[in-house]
Design a protein around this ligand. Structure first.
Ligand SMILES: [Zn+2]
Length: 381
């Protein structure tokens, strides 16, 4: 297998600077997506704007190149909000040696650059592969993943997916999911001096909250973290009145691992509530965003291709690793059932004022992704 295309570090850096310069908080991605679409058009691709639930478009560019498998290359263009303390303009960034600091540089506009360069390379060498390549630049990953969800809801089918989130030293093949549950207790109002005439919802929900974590334990996974806790508790009136609170609400967050689901958690919470024999009525509802967990099997063709590609480019095959957070990979793998790996340029400090990416990892990352694509979409297979 020979890599038929070469990538240019300076071009990659200029493109990264262009994307970074356009502010793209969740809900305002359109301007940067127009830059992405403009570049793709100039590169001879045919980008399409896809509507998403936050009113901002995904950019999809499909290269159909005969029968064969479909590979999805995905990245997100939204960034978190700029925190205090940036030592430079977060949208201009600062270059020190090989390290470029800017908002969204690592998470993950450098990864979007990789996908743009690889899509163009594949478009230029159609005789070297067969199948379909779908490039996607999505919105809202840092909030509700509206972009990835819109892509899946559009009927997306793919045999493999690479999400170029920052992870240059390992191929990330699994991550826990996360689930948000609103627990509500409904009691009965009464005069605060005659509590025996009512049911104090605050006390009843507090009993539940104090003990649910021990009663509804998380599963164990050798590589994926689990956790659960209460994020908020609301009850009673904000205004002082001597009335027993008739309603209390708490928000429970939990990381989930393969084997757990929305239904299994709701069942467990209901079962524990029963054991309290509370006079209050408990209800549990799932609130967005829900992210299913995922774990790719070690024998997947995608993983084999990525290992081989990394060995061809770097000299040694990259090890596999696991993520502790959620990303759009959870949506593609967990929701749409597409074998997914995330792998991208080396970066760090995301969501901080010192976010950085190592520029020298962009080209080898693009080479590995291209090599993977050529192995998966090999001519005649
Ligand atoms: Zn990200």
């Amino acid at each position: 297998m020979t890599t038929v295309s070469s990538f240019d570090r300076d071009e990659a850096f200029q493109l990264l600077r262009q994307l970074v310069a356009v502010r793209s908080y969740p809900g305002e991605e359109r301007a940067v997506q127009e830059v992405v679409a403009g570049w793709l058009t100039a590169a001879g691709l045919a980008p399409e704007f896809q509507a998403t639930a936050n009113g901002q478009p995904n950019i999809i560019a499909q290269i159909s190149n005969g029968p064969g498998p479909t590979l999805l290359l995905n990245g997100h263009v939204d960034t978190v909000l700029a925190v205090e303390g940036w030592p430079c303009d977060p949208w201009q960034g600062r270059l020190e040696g090989d390290r470029f600091s800017a908002l969204g540089a690592g998470d993950m506009k450098a990864g979007v650059v990789v996908n743009m360069l690889v899509a163009r390379a594949l478009a230029r060498q159609r005789d070297a592969w067969q199948g379909t390549l779908i490039f996607s630049s999505v919105t809202d990953e840092e909030a509700y993943s509206f972009g990835a969800r819109a892509l899946v809801a559009s009927g997306l089918r793919a045999d493999a997916c690479i999400v170029t989130e920052p992870s240059f030293d390992a191929l990330i093949i699994g991550a826990p999911g996360k689930i948000l549950v609103r627990a509500t207790a409904v009691g009965k109002a009464a005069h605060g001096f005659r509590p025996h005439e009512g049911v104090n919802a605050a006390i009843e929900l507090a009993r539940f909250i104090a003990h649910f974590a021990a009663a509804v334990p998380t599963l164990h996974h050798p590589h994926l973290p689990t956790s659960q806790t209460v994020l908020s508790f609301l009850s009673g009136s904000a205004q002082y009145v001597i009335t027993l609170p008739e309603r209390a609400e708490a928000l429970i967050t939990r990381q989930i691992i393969p084997g757990e689901s929305e239904a299994s958690l709701l069942d467990a919470l209901h079962a524990f509530a029963e054991t309290l024999h509370s006079p209050a009525r408990f209800t549990f509802t799932i609130e967005p965003p829900y992210y299913p967990p995922f774990e790719l099997g070690q024998d997947q063709p995608l993983l084999r291709a990525m290992r081989d590609a990394s060995a061809a480019i770097l000299g040694t095959a990259l090890p596999v690793g696991y993520s502790s957070g959620v990303s759009d990979a959870n949506i593609f793998a967990g929701e749409a059932g597409i074998p997914t790996v995330f792998f991208g340029p080396r970066a760090g400090d995301w969501h901080q004022s010192t976010e950085w990416v190592d520029l020298s990892t962009i080209v080898p990352c693009a080479q590995i992704v291209l090599e993977t694509a050529l192995r998966l979409l090999r001519n005649g297979e």
